[in-house]
Design a protein around this ligand. Structure first.
Ligand SMILES: NC(=O)c1ccc[n+]([C@@H]2O[C@H](COP(=O)([O-])OP(=O)(O)OC[C@H]3O[C@@H](n4cnc5c(N)ncnc54)[C@H](O)[C@@H]3O)[C@@H](O)[C@H]2O)c1
Ligand SMILES: O=C(O)[C@@H]1CCCCN1
Length: 328
């Protein structure tokens, strides 16, 4: 009989997972994914179950990395919470299985993983695409993703100024009180954005919150919210003017309202840039549209929780996963 799975909850994930390890591993897997080699990263269609009664979705995101020996799935519940709700809008669990015999090796909290993975991929986009002398970072949104993006962007880059906007001034002020380091809260998104070199959009908005007319030419945008085909965070002007990078072409065409509804053309995947197959056009205005997974009804591999199991549960010789052998 197989051993019961190891349970790794949020405090342990926080202890184990560090951006300095996560960022290079994610960069490596983004590159592997863009080569479309199914022995490297195979992530079939993500299934989305609408929870109409509760205004949400349950997403099932399996992944297999044959060469690395990783089999996993992430389950995400995504809710459109009412304003003022204290419940998280995104909740996630990860299951790590042994690909040799199918037994479950670990059950992991997926919330911290989702916060950190998403922010780390945005930071990779900035590393590759922002102007090398970028000085001003603006974050639109003040939730969980805003915090993880603040953490990794300030760890990796030396911005002279960090600005934050939320759709209520109170939220922006609260965010500034809770994070260490100098931050400026703004009541107007336009004022927060004008002159910024890097802009991160991490809101639950379904309408544009960032407009091309405000964006400084040559700025880099990491657009993280709006993950449904009819949701927007960016307006048409920005989507059409900017050079568009995505995590997956298939995902962007299937899921991103910003891409689908604006008719913008994808220039490259981040993995293409990592692989040297496409250039990083730093001097242009660039948008990285982050989605993390695909709903498209095809069998193309995709990348998301595979990235995290690669980091958390990479094979350690023949003895099984690092997480289990570490006995966490
Ligand atoms: N791309 C990815 O891989 C990925 C991963 C995780 C989350 N997300 C998305 O990122 C977004 C943020 O996630 P989170 O976990 O930080 O959520 P959260 O609920 O913690 O924070 C959301 C923020 O959006 C703000 N907001 C809500 N409605 C708004 C509106 N109409 N206009 C402007 N701001 C509004 C809230 O005040 C809050 O600051 C969500 O859309 C989520 O689905 C994307
Ligand atoms: O890839 C993810 O994990 C997230 C979950 C929430 C919606 C957007 N994508």
């Amino acid at each position: 009989m197989s051993q019961p799975p190891v349970v790794i909850w949020a405090p342990a994930v926080k202890r184990l997972l560090h951006y300095k390890d996560l960022v290079p591993r994610l960069e490596e897997v983004l590159g592997k994914f863009s080569k479309r080699d199914s022995a490297e990263v195979l992530q079939p269609v993500r299934t989305a179950v609408p929870l109409q009664k509760h205004n949400g979705f349950m997403l099932s995101m399996p992944a297999y990395m044959e060469n690395t020996g990783i089999l996993s799935t992430k389950l995400v519940c995504l809710y459109k919470r009412n304003e003022g709700s204290t419940l998280p809008s995104t909740q996630a669990t990860m299951l790590l299985l042994d690909p040799e015999c199918g037994n479950m090796k670990a059950v992991m909290d997926g919330e911290v993983i989702t916060h950190m993975r998403t922010a780390a991929v945005s930071a990779i986009s900035a590393k590759l695409l922002m102007h090398p002398e970028a000085e001003v970072l603006t974050i639109l949104g003040t939730g969980k993703q805003a915090l993880s993006h603040y953490d990794v962007f300030t760890e990796m880059f030396a911005f002279k100024e960090v600005r934050v906007w939320s759709h209520t001034r109170q939220r922006a002020d609260m965010f500034c009180q809770h994070v260490p380091g100098p931050l400026k809260a703004f009541s107007s998104a336009e004022e927060a954005v004008r002159g910024a070199d890097v802009i991160v959009t991490v809101t639950r908005s379904t309408e544009p919150v960032l407009f091309g007319a405000w964006v400084k030419p040559g700025a880099h945008v990491s657009a993280v919210g709006a993950c449904r085909p009819d949701w927007r965070e960016l307006d048409d002007a920005l989507m059409k003017e900017a050079v568009l990078y995505v995590d997956s072409r298939e995902g962007a065409m299937a899921e991103s309202g910003d891409v689908i509804l604006s008719g913008a053309k994808v220039f490259a995947e981040l993995g293409d840039v990592v692989n040297g197959a496409k250039p990083a056009l730093r001097e242009k205005t660039t948008v990285f549209k982050s989605l993390g997974r695909s709903l498209k009804k095809d069998r193309k591999p995709y990348v998301n929780c595979a990235l995290l199991t690669f980091v958390l549960g990479g094979r350690n010789g023949s003895s099984g996963c690092r997480v289990c052998s570490a006995g966490v």
